[in-house]
Design a protein. Structure first.
Length: 276
């Protein structure tokens, strides 16, 4: 092909192809800088994009796991607070019962102690029945409320915390005296001690469950951070590198425009050969 043709300007064609390639790369770099992503869609790198999408989905699923664990924590914390209050009340009831064993107490004094004892006993049921969070009560009478907190994104594992009836009708507290008017024996004091120990045992189990929820929540949070960092490593753009590339492409773009301008002047220079 002749290089001195007015019909076909090969130099201009080559210069234009080079400019188009530079402009395309320039647009890609600008897009990476504006989005902060080197892989923004499947067409950029199908395999890496698919891996990143799967990891994003897994990370989002961990949000549900953490929400379930946090809900479980709140339920247990409510039960522990109420159970601690019940334990304190039982201690006060033991105090009243011991006072009622004193010889020589007047009938009025015994009745006053019994009235306080009964009021405290009723308060136990009030606390137990109101220790509810999000519809779940771990210590109420006859309740079968349990915690089944999600432990993974497949819903194949859970952290379980069972119910413990801490009302006055439950097996832990029901053996104690209903009132003090009929007299108090040493066996009655023993029953109150047993109730205090039973409540402490239930609270201990709640504490163990709460620790399990705490540890798993911390682990899940770290796992999610690892997933998010992994996605970033796969798709995030290196802004310093892209900025340097942008500057280099700007220079190449200017040079390509100059080359195209020079190539376009070629046919007009041929006319000078025909001038007189």
């Amino acid at each position: 092909m002749s290089l001195n043709s007015v019909n076909t300007n090969v130099s201009a064609m080559i210069a234009l192809q080079s400019l188009n390639a530079i402009n395309k790369e320039y647009a890609q770099v600008q897009n990476r800088i504006s989005t902060g992503l080197k892989i923004a869609s499947a067409k950029d790198n199908p395999a890496i994009w698919a891996i990143a999408q799967n990891m994003r989905a897994e990370s989002k699923s961990l949000d549900a796991v953490m929400s379930s664990l946090q809900r479980g924590q709140s339920i247990v914390d409510t039960a522990v607070s109420a159970g601690t209050a019940i334990s304190d009340i039982l201690t006060q009831m033991k105090e009243k019962a011991l006072a009622a064993t004193e010889a020589g107490l007047s009938t009025a004094s015994k009745q006053a102690l019994s009235d306080e004892y009964v009021a405290l006993r009723k308060q136990i049921d009030t606390i137990a029945s109101t220790a509810t969070f999000d519809g779940v009560n771990l210590i109420s009478a006859g309740s079968t409320g349990k915690i089944r907190a999600l432990a993974n994104t497949k819903a194949t594992a859970t952290i379980d915390i069972d119910h413990a009836d801490l009302s006055t009708t439950g097996g832990t507290i029901s053996p104690i005296l209903a009132n003090l008017t009929g007299g108090v024996a040493s066996a009655d004091i023993d029953k109150i001690d047993a109730a205090i120990q039973g409540v402490s045992s239930a609270l201990s189990k709640f504490g163990v469950g709460s620790k399990s929820l705490d540890r798993h929540l911390e682990m899940t949070s770290k796992l999610q951070d690892t997933f998010d960092a992994g996605v970033g490593n796969l798709v995030d753009a290196d802004m310093a590198k892209e900025s340097a590339r942008l500057q280099a492409l700007q220079v190449k773009q200017q040079l390509a425009i100059m080359a195209l301008r020079i190539a376009n002047q070629g046919p007009s220079l041929l006319l000078s050969l025909f001038r007189q």
